[in-house]
Design a protein around this ligand. Structure first.
Ligand code: NAD
Length: 244
């Protein structure tokens, strides 16, 4: 299958977890991919269709550097996958301004700024796509997640507005909402078998998600298959959010 043949994609947070699985899947489906992650992250890939860029997405210069790198490498841009993210677990009463700002700047502000930079190029594409990784925590919450939940709920509001504003240009904007996925972000929590079991059982499929489970949803949204889907938040959570 080559569902992304001749497409150019940027994937952020591509060194690990959902981003790595997505960069590899997009490339396997024919895309040329710019894989972005922060300096020091392991950005080695076997697929020659993946180029890499060490760049903090929250840095002032990041949007321009990232979009220019994609254009320089591949000459166009069709798909932006805003996936880089960080978590923070601190009760609101103890959360510092620095903690709050770090989470919001990476998980939400950088998504806005990179999308803004990409928009003129996505409009030129006959296949413009913005996909952003939110979380089931955009809909619910847990202790300590005030900044994280605010950032991910913000991604949903941003996504709906991008979809509205860009629809007339044929550009779609959607969010994917992972549930409990075994990645770099969660590996230390899920190293505790009891915690892994609790979260696996929250899923009606009775297992933790793997990065590829979310990457496949991103691929759907990036491909022609998702061409009439816009402004949506699609959970890849094994049914975790069915029970309240
Ligand atoms: N793992 C889960 O259960 C889960 C659930 C819901 C949502 N998510 C979201 O999925 C996305 C991907 O996370 P993951 O679970 O694959 O975790 P991960 O830690 O394996 O991957 C996140 C990647 O983002 C990169 N990153 C973080 N800050 C960055 C920055 N400032 N600039 C560039 N890159 C940066 C990290 O270096 C890392 O490679 C995140 O947005 C996360 O919030 C994850």
């Amino acid at each position: 299958m080559s569902r992304l043949q001749n497409k150019v994609a940027i994937v952020t947070g591509a060194a690990s977890g959902i981003g790595r699985a997505s960069a590899e899947l997009f490339a396997a489906e024919g895309a040329r991919v710019l894989a972005v992650d922060r300096p020091g992250a392991d950005l080695t890939f076997e697929d020659p269709h993946i180029r890499t860029l060490a760049q903090d997405v929250a840095a002032a210069e990041a949007p321009q550097v990232i979009v220019e790198a994609a254009l320089e490498a591949f000459g166009a841009l069709d798909i932006l996958f805003n996936n880089a993210g960080v978590a923070n677990s601190t009760p609101a009463a103890q959360m510092t301004d620095e903690d709050w700002d770090r989470v919001i700047s990476i998980n939400l502000r950088a998504v806005f700024r990179l999308s803004r930079q990409a928009i003129p190029h996505l409009i030129q594409s006959a296949h413009g796509r913005i996909i952003s990784t939110a979380s089931v925590m955009a809909l619910g919450t847990d202790y300590g997640l005030s900044a994280y939940c605010a950032s991910k709920a913000g991604v949903l509001g941003l996504t709906r507005t991008l979809a509205l504003e860009l629809g007339k240009h044929g550009v779609t904007a959607n969010a994917v909402l992972p549930g409990a996925i075994l990645t770099g972000m969660t590996s230390s929590s899920f190293a505790n078998p009891q915690a892994a079991e609790v979260w696996a059982r929250k899923s009606v499929l009775r297992r933790l998600g793997q990065p590829i489970d979310v990457a496949r949803v991103a691929l759907f949204l990036a491909s022609e298959d998702g061409g009439f889907v816009t402004g949506q938040a699609i959970a890849a959570d094994g049914g975790l959010t069915l029970r309240i």
